[in-house]
Design a protein around this ligand. Structure first.
Ligand SMILES: [Zn+2]
Length: 472
């Protein structure tokens, strides 16, 4: 059963307040990256803590661990006839944000959240992840106002360093394990398949990153006086990178796909049933006219995005054009990024790519391949009851069926987070949509979806209570 009507009414009555609070939080430039003022992340933690206290949470604390940016922890105990021994949901969000990027590419300033008449709120952090926090805050507040408290115990943990890789998260979980004890984990910063389409993310890809350095000379030399017999690093690097791909641009790394899990017919049918519009997809990706989607022979776009590995060169350095003279380049570098299918062994894939990069370098140039990340993907277990509860809650909140999707990106801590909490089921729900441009300039939040997601959260608390109580 979802939330009673009076809870939804209480939420709607306060929606303007919730939106204003979101805008206030988004005014704080809580950039966690190094080189930005850490005091702003402190300010943001304090503001979140104050808000949670005002809402009626208990035991609100700003917690610090070593030199990590501060976390906020809050609890909201169950109320109602069977509050005693009620299950607990642990809701995770983060209050830090990405750096704003190029100021002149923002239509309105990054830290002056602005409503535009396209029904979206623009500003850094508005969707990633301050709305992810606020939608749950709105739901908890509505339950407190309409029913004295939520139907199950709610613990909120709001991290301050997600955007820099959550380096201390697992230590934090270990240190506060008892206070965080829960039956289910809800993560709030994933994406919806499309605006207005509520989605539960059930898999994530992993990532392998390799930094490659090719050295041919100990200093640059005149291309006319030496070119021909003497090789250069930039051309050698191009050749080495070229060997990673076939003529169509698809990865051609020996062994890369050896441990990709088989995609069965029912999964394929599920992917095929998801809405897909190639034109919208191309537009959202910013593909130029004439540029084609690749790999159609390897399955649907969703299959290629979520369940198969991909390989890209994401950085390349040799000589900037503006500084180039007629010289042979002595050293050139590149970063190769592999996204792994969920279930693939990250270290095995890293070894495959390194082997291919290092084999037979042209003219014997020196090649150094350094693996700088090897993180496996994640796939949801078979916890179907909790999934069903989330589907019902999202469908009620959005007024249409919720879909199960994958995500092509990597959230390294999802599996370890659940493990640290004793293997509790996790639900990945979020508000990002294809046009939201999280991490880029002009990040934005769809306000309709924000309200619907808050409704969904109110319903989710009721659905989880019933589902988890039955399981006990
Ligand atoms: Zn983010």
């Amino acid at each position: 059963m979802g939330a009673p009507p009076q809870v939804i009414r209480a939420l709607d009555d306060r929606f303007d307040v919730t939106l204003r609070e979101l805008m206030e939080l988004s005014r704080i430039p809580s950039v966690s990256a190094s080189g930005f003022d850490p005091k702003q992340v402190e300010r943001s933690a304090d503001a979140v803590a104050l808000l949670l206290e005002e809402v009626g949470c208990e035991g609100v604390e700003v917690l610090r661990l070593g030199d990590a940016h501060p976390y906020v922890l809050a609890k909201c105990p169950a109320r109602g006839p069977d509050a005693q021994g009620a299950p607990t949901v642990l809701i995770y969000a983060h209050h830090d944000v990405q750096p704003p990027g190029r100021a002149d590419h923002w239509v309105t300033p990054a830290f002056e959240p602005t409503l535009r008449d396209d029904g979206r709120l623009y500003g850094r952090g508005v969707v990633d992840d301050k709305a992810g926090l606020m939608l749950h805050v709105a739901a908890v507040r509505a339950w407190i106002e309409a029913a004295g408290g939520p139907p199950l115990n709610v613990t909120l943990i709001v991290e301050g360093e997600e955007e820099t890789g959550s380096a201390h998260l697992l230590d934090f979980l270990r240190e506060h394990r008892e206070r965080l004890d829960a039956d289910v984990l809800v993560l709030s910063d994933t994406a919806n398949l499309a605006t207005g389409v509520p989605s539960i993310t059930t898999s994530l890809r992993g990532i392998v990153q390799i930094d490659l350095t090719v050295t041919a000379l100990d200093h640059p030399i005149h291309s006319g006086m030496w070119g021909g017999p003497v090789p250069d690093a930039a051309s050698a690097l191009s050749r080495i990178l070229g060997q990673l791909f076939d003529a169509s641009g698809a990865p051609a790394v020996l062994g890369l796909e050896d441990d990709v899990p088989v995609i069965d017919a029912s999964e394929r049918a599920r992917l095929a049933a998801l809405p897909f519009d190639a034109e919208v997809f191309r537009r959202d990706a910013g593909m130029r006219d004439g540029v084609e989607l690749r790999g159609a022979e390897d399955g649907s776009v969703y299959e290629r995005l979520w369940l198969r590995p991909s390989l890209s060169v994401v950085a390349l350095e040799a000589m900037p054009l503006a500084e180039a003279t007629n010289q042979l380049v002595a050293e050139a570098r590149a970063r190769v990024s592999v996204r792994l299918a969920p279930g693939q062994d990250a270290n095995r894939v890293a070894a495959c790519v390194v082997r291919q990069l290092e084999q037979a370098p042209p003219a014997g140039v020196r090649v150094r391949a350094e693996v700088t990340a090897a993180v496996p993907g994640w796939k949801r277990g078979s916890e179907t009851e909790v999934l069903g509860a989330a589907q019902r809650a999202l469908s009620a909140g959005f007024g249409c069926d919720a879909v199960l999707i994958g995500c092509g990106a990597t959230i390294p801590f999802v599996g370890p987070f659940s493990d640290a909490m004793g293997g509790i089921p996790e639900l990945l729900l979020g508000l990002e949509d294809p046009p939201c441009n999280a991490h880029g300039e002009n990040e934005s939040l769809d306000l309709d979806d924000f309200r619907k997601a808050a409704h969904s959260s109110a319903h989710l608390l009721a659905e989880l209570k019933t589902t988890l109580a039955e399981k006990r």
